[in-house]
Design a protein. Structure first.
Length: 192
């Protein structure tokens, strides 16, 4: 399931160099993955309110700095890096949502369920804090299902892309996605 292209191998090689402490590898890595990171950020921002103060470019930069600034992270592959990048973007968006909620006592966000129509929909705001809390509970019991949600919902990846990143079959992604949506829907309904 991994991407066998020469570019993917070069990205993995550079990631290993970064993990080994080679700071100059970051400069060579950025042009190779920037467009892909920007696509992930744009997909993640589709779920945000239209007046969000953070733009996709800023989201990429903030997440990227968090990733390469951690010497304790060891990158296995390009897919591993993209998975962690999606998680970092989720954390950045969550931090902004918490700041907004603290400033506005609730933030005025609507609750949503993870319907297929929601992926790619920019029409509704998402209660990222409630969703994040539910996702954390899901991850405690079903970590891979939570990663599918992160990649499908937060990074906006399709079934095939998610399968490649997680190195599982598209059929497994579909099953995990269906299960996770139902689990989160029930979990959010049970919240007080």
């Amino acid at each position: 399931m991994s991407d066998p292209s020469p570019a993917a191998h070069e990205v993995t090689r550079l990631l290993h160099q970064i993990s080994g402490g080679d700071a100059s590898a970051v400069e060579r890595l950025v042009p190779m993955i920037y467009a892909e990171l920007r696509q992930i950020a744009e997909r993640a921002m589709r779920h945000e309110r239209s007046d969000h103060t953070l733009q996709p470019t800023a989201l990429v930069h903030e997440a990227f700095l968090r990733l390469v600034g951690k010497p304790d992270l060891s990158w296995e592959s390009r897919a591993h890096f993209l998975n962690i990048a999606a998680q970092a973007m989720r954390r950045v968006l969550l931090m902004h949502a918490r700041e907004r909620r603290a400033g506005k006592r609730g933030g005025g966000l609507d609750r949503v369920t993870l319907d297929e129509q929601l992926v790619g929909s920019a029409e509704r705001g998402v209660d990222l804090i409630g969703l994040d809390e539910s996702l954390e509970r899901l991850a405690a019991v079903f970590p891979r299902k939570a990663r599918v949600v992160e990649l499908r919902f937060f990074a906006g990846l399709g079934i095939e892309e998610t399968a490649r990143v997680l190195e599982i079959s598209p059929a497994t992604v579909k099953r995990e996605w269906d299960f996770a949506r139902a689990w989160i829907r029930r979990d959010l309904a049970e919240e007080p």
